[in-house]
Design a protein around this ligand. Structure first.
Ligand SMILES: *Cc1c(COP(=O)(O)O)cnc(C)c1O
Length: 436
């Protein structure tokens, strides 16, 4: 028993307070344990093992509700790729959101969740014949076409007025990481507005008797901080709508709303976004004398990222020029530091004390398998300690691999003091099943 547990009434926590805005809603310290969704991290690790991806249901639902409240006139479409899991898709359905999928596989999860086809949108710069057939079979309400080849292919496959949107590259630089900047010219997504390809795509879709043009779509990137980038996007997209001479009922602005990963980073200004985008849309449509299209937005990360916390067990500590703290997970459950140089906060659960900067590394056979550099942990950190990493709800389970044949971790949903697995841990049996 620690001093803090013996003397909770003194209110003096040995560990610094929780960073604001990073942890799931309601996360708090009880003694030296970290309580998420009413369940202690120590108990979660003991019951489900480590690494373990904890997901707070209330935070996910709160964020979904916040988007609906900010933009009641819009269709809010959850980007299903950010956290592919039927149970999470069910939460979205029950909150009244729609769902984005980008493959037959994600659509299969949506079907397993019982997600209605009328509220599903399919995306992707490549959709194979199988993806398109699955979308048509399940009655996916809107397919976002991304190339002239696809317009021809879908036109031939579909029968009765399949609704489509056209992915437009508006040429807006969202000023984020190159790997997640998708709105500029000269990258693989969509039809260029500047070159005239977008206008040509609109005419091609209108020519296909089996397709019905419903809307225009764009997505300028991820971790977008500046509302001005979305305003500029609206101006350009309404300009295209006005010049094409075709009725466009829906305008989808995509997702990409930024999320804080480190202490001091600000959250996305959702209400500012709603007001300014609404104002720009109404103004531009009046200016160009076109009807105001229904607005769609596609948040992924901003709904689920801060709902997730990953728990790791420390397996070894090496003290030299730097102190390396090696844990039982790594780039197989979080490749984002290696992919984008993503940075994370790390907290030791269960004990406080004077802190020193360490480098937290994974168990995989690559020197780049680093989870976090220069993070302060108690100087006596040792094997057996439990670490918690916040902001791991988006693109963690989604991007996980089983490199080194390490089974992927479970996703454990917590709510009101109850924990349950919504994705179970990958076992050796799972791994062996694919080998012939
Ligand atoms: C990835 C993606 C999103 C979601 O992006 P976030 O950064 O997670 O909000 C939305 N729309 C499209 C088309 C995407 O590719």
């Amino acid at each position: 028993m620690t001093l803090a547990e013996l003397l909770p009434s003194t209110g003096c926590s040995i560990e610094p307070v929780l960073e604001e805005g990073l942890w799931p809603d309601g996360t708090h310290l009880a003694g030296s344990d970290l309580v998420i969704g009413g369940v202690g991290a120590t108990r979660l690790a003991a019951r489900f093992g480590t690494p373990c991806q904890v997901l707070d249901e209330a935070t996910v639902r709160n964020r979904a509700k916040a988007f609906l409240r900010a933009l009641p006139e819009a269709e809010v479409v959850f980007a299903g790729k950010s956290l592919p899991c039927p149970e999470v898709y069910r939460w979205m359905a029950s909150e009244g959101l729609s769902l984005d999928v980008s493959s037959a596989g994600e659509l299969a999860l949506a079907r397993a969740a019982g997600f209605p086809g009328q509220r599903i949108v399919m995306h992707g710069n490549v959709k194979t014949g199988e993806d398109l057939k699955a979308a048509l079979q399940h009655g996916v309400s809107r397919i976002v076409v991304d190339s002239f080849d696809e317009i021809a292919q879908l036109g031939a496959l579909s029968r009765h007025g399949q609704e489509v949107m056209i992915r437009v590259t508006p040429g807006v630089d969202a000023r984020t990481h190159a790997a997640i900047t998708t709105g500029v010219e000269d990258q693989k997504f969509g039809f260029s507005l500047a070159s005239g390809a977008a206008l040509e795509a609109i005419l091609r879709v209108v020519e296909q008797p089996s397709l019905r043009l419903t809307g225009l779509h764009c997505h300028i990137g991820s971790q977008v901080r500046h509302v001005a980038s979305y305003e500029e996007t609206v101006r350009r997209m309404v300009g295209l709508i006005a010049s094409c001479g075709v009725r466009v009922e829906q305008l989808d602005l995509g997702g990409g709303f930024c999320t804080p990963y480190l202490a001091g980073e600000s959250s996305f200004d959702l209400f500012g976004f709603a007001q300014r985008v609404r104002g720009t849309l109404n103004y531009e449509c009046a200016l160009h004398r076109v009807p105001v299209p229904k607005l769609l937005i596609e948040p992924g990360r901003s709904i689920v990222a801060n709902a997730g916390v990953t728990l790791y067990r420390v397996c070894a500590v090496k003290r030299g020029v730097r102190t390396f703290v090696a844990v039982d997970g790594g780039m197989s459950d979080n490749p984002r530091p290696a992919l984008y140089g993503a940075k994370y906060a790390v907290r030791l659960v269960g004990r406080g004390g004077a802190r020193k900067p360490v480098t937290v590394v994974g168990r995989h056979c690559e020197a780049g398998d680093v989870l976090a550099e220069d993070v302060p942990l108690p100087a006596d950190v040792h094997a057996g300690d439990l670490l918690a990493v916040p902001v791991t709800g988006a693109y963690h389970h989604a991007l996980a691999s089983n490199y080194n044949q390490v089974g992927r971790p479970p996703v454990v949903a917590v709510r009101d003091g109850v924990a349950r697995q919504v994705v179970r841990r990958e076992t050796e049996e799972d791994l062996l099943r694919r080998y012939v």
